[in-house]
Design a protein around this ligand. Structure first.
Ligand code: ASP
Length: 406
């Protein structure tokens, strides 16, 4: 029997976890020298395809969307869903942080303060930085938001020029198709890549490292599972009119890649493949997914809610209603500004702590186990992007069917 790709990746993931535990900290140098490089090769390969894939497919997508009204409608809907689900996630994080109170009874020496205390960039700076001065530089840096902005302009330009820009359009169309094929090839390597990424993680974080912070870990994992199954499940069923289980099965390969790479951006090519296999159009997915990988971080928002409360509890600080609201607002903004790379959420956590006047050193307490918390939050981040892609696509298809009938 031919084994499905997600089964193979799952086997790689589980074997990686056990291999890491078996090697333990003594075997860590071996894991780093001989196993981790295969994970790096996998990561490099997916990163290699991100820029050409996003750029070409977004241009094709914009040209496919055609009129400005459609671009505006899809854009507005996407951003509304992204913001709504993110605010919900952070509230869920706060609720779980209150119920499970992970910080009570903990007395931990603060660890790597420096790593966590890096200041988050101010909001206006983030907005200005979306507009590239040099598109080639944006591509060199793989700056996703800048690439999106440039592709939006180029797609608009090609559409406006019409026939004379046809060859240009065909070039990007062919390039996007070739990129999808390359993603397919890279995915053959995914089971080995995921195995190699997981082994050093579990070899580093044995039970001894995780135990003192077990409650934070439980709160974040539980919250992430609840957000995915309840919030996305509900949206998919009611708005997307699809069976959530079909969706979760379809998105599983991307989830496992997200879990092991801890990077929404690196998972992007795989997310593309998964949602397109579920029938989402290229126009919608090429716009919704890259945008989501950069600005939609529900798992990160949830984690920030839990961690803000954790820090408050450790220092015995009671938060006022106003501070809760501040956490929700800054958390939503912070998650937009969070880059889809490993550990970015931790830096943005300091922005929230600062906004509500909590000690920044608090972030250092969770810094030691950040990788473990990054895995589920990145998984939820990309699941949210895919959910919105399916919902928006369904909305567009229904609209087209209605217009065709009238
Ligand atoms: N690693 C996360 C992501 O790429 C961001 C974060 O650190 O929360 O989605």
């Amino acid at each position: 029997m031919k084994m499905h790709l997600s089964t193979k990746i799952l086997i790689g993931l589980v074997l990686g976890v056990f291999a890491g535990l078996a090697l333990g900290s003594d075997g860590l140098p071996f894991a780093k020298a001989w196993i981790a490089p295969f994970g790096t090769i996998f990561m490099n390969m997916i990163k290699m395809i991100i820029v050409p894939l996003v750029f070409s497919s977004l241009i094709v997508g914009i040209c496919g969307l055609g009129d400005v009204n459609k671009i505006g409608r899809v854009g507005a809907k996407t951003i509304a869903y992204y913001l709504g689900t993110t605010a919900f996630a952070i509230v869920l994080g706060l609720v779980l942080g209150t119920l499970l109170s992970p910080g009570t009874g903990i007395n931990m020496p603060s660890g790597d303060v420096k790593a966590a205390a890096k200041a988050a960039p101010p909001l206006m700076q983030v907005i200005v930085a979306i507009f590239p001065t040099n598109p080639v530089d944006a591509m060199l840096q793989a700056n996703m938001l800048q690439i999106i902005v440039f592709a939006l302009f180029m797609g608009g330009g090609i559409t406006l020029v019409g026939e004379r820009a046809d060859s240009f359009f065909k070039f990007f169309d062919g390039m996007a198709e070739a990129c999808y094929k390359v993603v397919g090839m890279i995915m053959w390597f995914a089971p080995i890549g995921v195995f190699a990424l997981m082994t050093p993680v579990t070899a580093t974080y044995g039970p001894a490292v995780l135990f003192p912070l077990l409650k934070v870990i439980v709160a974040v994992y539980l919250g992430c599972a609840m957000h995915a199954f309840i919030v996305y499940g509900f949206l998919l069923k009611t708005v997307g009119k699809m069976n959530p289980m079909t969706f979760f099965k379809g998105i599983l390969p991307a989830q496992m890649v997200a879990f092991s790479t801890c990077s929404s951006s690196a998972t992007l090519p795989v997310s593309f493949e998964c949602v397109q296999d579920m029938g989402v159009s290229k126009e919608v997915s090429s716009f919704v997914l890259p945008l989501g990988a950069t600005i939609n971080m529900d798992g990160t928002a949830l984690y920030q809610g839990v961690c803000a409360l954790f820090v408050a509890q450790i220092y015995g600080i009671d938060l006022s209603m106003g501070q809760y609201v501040t956490i929700i607002l800054t958390g939503t903004l912070a998650s937009i500004g969070t880059a889809g790379v490993p550990g970015a959420g931790l830096i943005m956590l300091t922005m929230i702590l600062q906004a509500v006047g909590l000690p920044l050193e608090g972030a250092a307490l969770v810094a030691g186990i950040d990788r473990i918390l990054d895995m589920p939050r990145t998984t939820v981040n990309i699941t949210g992007d895919a959910t919105v892609a399916l919902i928006v696509d369904k909305g567009e298809k229904d609209r087209e069917a209605r217009l065709a009938n009238s």
